[in-house]
Design a protein around this ligand. Structure first.
Ligand code: SF4
Ligand code: SF4
Length: 82
């Protein structure tokens, strides 16, 4: 999963780009649900939120390290293909 840091300026451009609806407006900044973020595996070659964020505040979440296989398995579950 990726995460959003406190550098977030609440610009809202990432939220509609997420194919898994993993991004939402939190209490202070936007947040990513680690249960829904596949790092865009299954949908796109690159994380779409990272592509559009104007302040580059969406790094890998060190608390949720995942392999490509795990991310793909999550994609299959979320999309009902598993
Ligand atoms: Fe959504 Fe992809 Fe960003 Fe994860 S990496 S939050 S799935 S847009
Ligand atoms: Fe925050 Fe970046 Fe998303 Fe804008 S694109 S809401 S700055 S995380």
């Amino acid at each position: 999963s990726l995460m959003i840091t406190d550098e977030c300026i609440n610009c809202d451009v990432c939220e509609p780009e997420c194919p898994n609806n993993a991004i939402s407006q939190g209490e202070e900044i936007y947040v990513i649900d680690p249960n829904l973020c596949t790092q865009c595996v299954g949908h796109y070659d690159e994380p779409q939120c990272q592509q559009v964020c104007p302040v580059d505040c969406i790094p890998l979440d060190p608390n949720h390290p995942e392999t490509q296989e795990e991310l793909h398995a999550k994609y299959l579950i979320i999309t009902g293909k598993a």
